[in-house]
Design a protein around this ligand. Sequence first.
Ligand SMILES: Cc1cc2nc3c(=O)[nH]c(=O)nc-3n(C[C@H](O)[C@H](O)[C@H](O)COP(=O)(O)O)c2cc1C
Length: 322
Amino acid sequence: MNTAAGEVEGRHGLGEWSAAESVVINRAVQNAPSVHNSRPWSLALRGRTAELHERPALLVQHDPEGRDRRISCGAALANLVLAIRNLKWTAEVAFGSSAGLVTATVTATGRAEPSEAERRRGAAVLDRWSCRRPFDGPGLPASTRDVLLEAVAAPGVTGRWISGADEALGVARLLTYAGRVFRGNAEYQRELSSWTTATGDGLRREGLGERGLAAVGLTTGRTRLPDEHALAARIQRESVLLVGSPADGPAEQVRAGAAVEQAWLEATGRGLVTSVMTQPLHLAEVRSGLAAGLGFAATPQVVMRFGRLAEAADPGIDAPLR
Ligand SMILES: Cc1cc2nc3c(=O)[nH]c(=O)nc-3n(C[C@H](O)[C@H](O)[C@H](O)COP(=O)(O)O)c2cc1C
């Protein structure tokens, strides 16, 4: 602890966030992934606490139950905790709710060095982005899959890789089914296009996939839905992780979002690219079909795909716009 910090802490207990700390914390939260890039939270910094509040409904068609909103808040919470830990504070999380909306309060109670994983993931916060291009090359090696599975594992959250031809075909059938449902829903598509912009304020148009697995994860009016066998072959070539939670309440959805972000940051720190999809999981029959077909004893919350960018790929096409 340096002298100036020590004086402040001596006079005011643990003091309050400095201006520089507030900038770091706000930037980390701002950079969390969120449904349609809607950032459905607000953040209040007081003393040595940071309160993340879920904001009310924004996406009536896409997210009528608020599932994605809470998963997004979980991703923001992961970034918030990582920022505080990398500022060398402890970060204790308490969940609450007000008017049916989740609140997570993070309190720094003292000084503590971050772990290696916290350092690595914290350093990846500003580099993380959604890469919806088809990935090239073989899937990830088993050792990398193990690391990512471990990163997603948290109390109340579980992950499972999709593996083998039968599983891939079962998943492909459900995803193409969902793609057809969403592509044919005019009101849904109207809301999706109103959130799709050229600037990245909302969903960035050029970042959206038009083909392959990622396109089935956010089907627009322009999406070319692949034949389910072609999609199954792609699922087998890519590394696709299903993240779920045995219970399906608001707090579990927040926790699932935090776990997804931990795995996403772990992947980013290892030079991998990722995209996530929840659109198909808004259909209850797709959630139950996935769970039954895979023998997955949890409610599917997010599908994640991980891979490497082909060397020849032009990063200008859909690199993050900040
Ligand atoms: C809860 C949640 C749900 C999401 N659902 C989808 C989805 O169904 N399909 C998709 O392509 N991207 C999805 N995304 C990715 C967001 O669109 C993306 O994070 C956001 O546009 C910000 O872009 P960035 O990740 O490049 O920073 C989701 C993200 C979150 C956190």
